[in-house]
Design a protein around this ligand. Sequence first.
Ligand code: EPU
Length: 433
Amino acid sequence: MTREYLVRGGKPLFGEVTISGAKNAAVAIIPAALMVDGVCRIENVPMISDVTLSLKILEELGASIRLLNAHTVEIDSRHIACTRTSYDLARKIRASYYLVGSLLGRFGQAEVAMPGGCNFGGVRPIDQHVKGFTAMGAKVTLESGFINAAAEGGRLHGANIYLDVVSVGATMNIMMAAALAEGTTVIENVAKEPHIVDLANFLNSMGADIRGAGTDSIKITGVPRLNGGSYAIIPDQIEAGTYMAAVAATGGELLIRNVIPKHMDCISAKLMEMGVEIEENGDEMLVRRSGKLQRTNIKTMPYPGFPTDMQPQIASVLALADGTSLITESVWNNRFKYVDELKRLGARIQVDGKMAVLEGVDHFTGAPVQAPDLRAGAALVIAALAAHGTTEISHVQYIERGYEDIVGKLRAVGGDICMVDEPEAEKEEARIG
Ligand code: EPU
């Protein structure tokens, strides 16, 4: 039996929301824990289904996993028995590609099922990952749904790698592999997202030598082994942005706790242009919307630009703003799949290629909708909270892969949202960012 969300909208949100650890950092740091010849304790782990799946994959490879408390996991990778992932588990999440970098780095070989992931209009390429591994002396082939990678002579060597596109995944994957390679690797034109810095900090705290994460060029001096240690994952920039967008859409006032305000600048700047008031105080942000929302334009870019992973959620807000707004999606080819669903609620949006034109409406009206993927699902939740009447959102398994207890967190701030069984729902393969 699958579930759906039932949302009775039109109520402003008031109260406090505590942000969980960053999904896109966790799904890289967990595979990176496989590289550690010791025991790592990872804190602030978000309890989302992507994390549960990642931990299961590690367990199948021979790691021992212990949950120390609700958000702390201990991973012991001293006795990894296998470098081939199960096909069924690894292909369910996009981030399983990080297992190639981690296994290849530590053991000189990896066989990982081709990753899944939200399909933003075509196959999501991994050519830049492969380019990096190949430059470090690996032979990489794709066979029977598996990525097979093996280092010549059993260990990778350092290399100079220039990425042709700024890729979060390729930057992190190559960084992992290089951490245990022989010699020095320099990666140029890298991504600078906060989770890149977080992965570098995690690896450095386990004994790696990585410099420059957060700039355009990262230098990694390979070390022979990584030791155990403790590390706390950063707060989730996109989860925080999603709650900020929610209160922007519904009106009200939310205190967002456990955030790094600097990571939020790219999102806060746009919300403030739209008339949202934001006050920063240490690791908290007070977000208030009382007046009418104003139009603006958004173009998604790699960090520190406006994040593509906030594009659907901000669209739900702009669709309610005064005037006509433009959104340009410049990271993915097709990330407007939610538009048809938002239109069911009354949004007026036209998509032309990578651009969407949004003519603000006075209000949305509840209707049955379907979450096409993770962030699109979050956008529908935001729209439903602001809508007059009741909205049923199906396919919420996508949302739960990236948002910890979204229903509980929203209910605690006055959102009228609950989870109900959806007996007739057709089963569909889960997809994820
Ligand atoms: N690209 C290539 N070749 C590659 C890799 C990427 O051409 O080898 C292109 C992609 O097609 C895309 C662009 O480069 O046009 C950026 O892709 P990137 O590699 O940065 O994306 P990713 O690593 O696959 C991660 C997040 C996504 C997020 C993007 C961009 C994870 C697990 N996923 O994906 O998150 O949209 O970075 O910031 O970290 C989400 O959380 O909802 C989500 C989709």
